[in-house]
Ligand binder design. Structure first.
Ligand code: NAG
Length: 183
């Protein structure tokens, strides 16, 4: 007797939840095939060689702060540090005697808005996919760098690990350390 109100509440909860859970997939699938933004995200994932488990993370990475409150700013901060970590890790793995100043030089080079991340980001056409407010220039180097970095932040959150983000970064930007070491 004592448990019956709980049972009723639990049953009602299940009834309330089930219909909202089940139609989810078909709705998303429908949305995916019809929104230009969603199909651009599909293409982008192919370019990245990485498929998101939670596509909402890529959606957020491709959304500028001028467009909505749910945006890529914090993901870009994480992504920036991941790129720096990936560069430090690779450089030190190749040459444990690398000097701190050499390492810092390389980190600033890869973080440079005008020469590195905006170039990588533009090559991926991120400016064409990014959602921005009408007055924001999606091609501005700082904006492109923000999106480029946010992608790695999003991958790290998606996999709960920084390793995959680093691998994707190198697959897109593999020649960097080799070229720099050759200089
Ligand atoms: C947007 O930024 C790009 C890259 O800096 C620049 O070439 C372009 O002229 C800018 N467009 C506008 C409308 O300001």
């Amino acid at each position: 007797m004592r448990s019956s109100p709980f049972f009723i509440a639990f049953t009602l909860l299940l009834i309330a939840l089930l219909p909202s859970v089940q139609p989810h997939a078909p709705i998303n699938a429908h949305f995916k095939s019809h929104s230009p933004f969603s199909s651009a995200l599909e293409t982008l994932q192919k370019q990245l060689g990485y498929t998101f488990k939670k596509i909402d993370l890529l959606r957020r990475a491709m959304t500028h702060a001028s467009f909505s409150e749910e945006n890529n700013k914090a993901l870009a901060v994480l992504g920036g540090t991941l790129i720096e970590t990936a560069v430090s890790f690779k450089l030190l793995s190749k040459d444990i005697d690398v000097s701190a100043s050499e390492l810092n030089k390389m980190i600033s080079r890869v973080s440079n808005v005008d020469t590195s991340c905006a170039v990588d980001g533009t090559r991926l056409n991120l400016h064409k996919v990014l959602r921005v407010a009408p007055k924001t220039n999606a091609s501005a180097p700082s904006v492109v760098c923000g999106v480029f970095r946010a992608i790695f932040g999003a991958i790290a959150i998606d996999t709960a690990s920084s390793d995959d983000a680093g691998s994707v970064f190198w697959s897109l930007h593999g020649d960097l350390v080799g070229n720099a070491l050759a200089m």
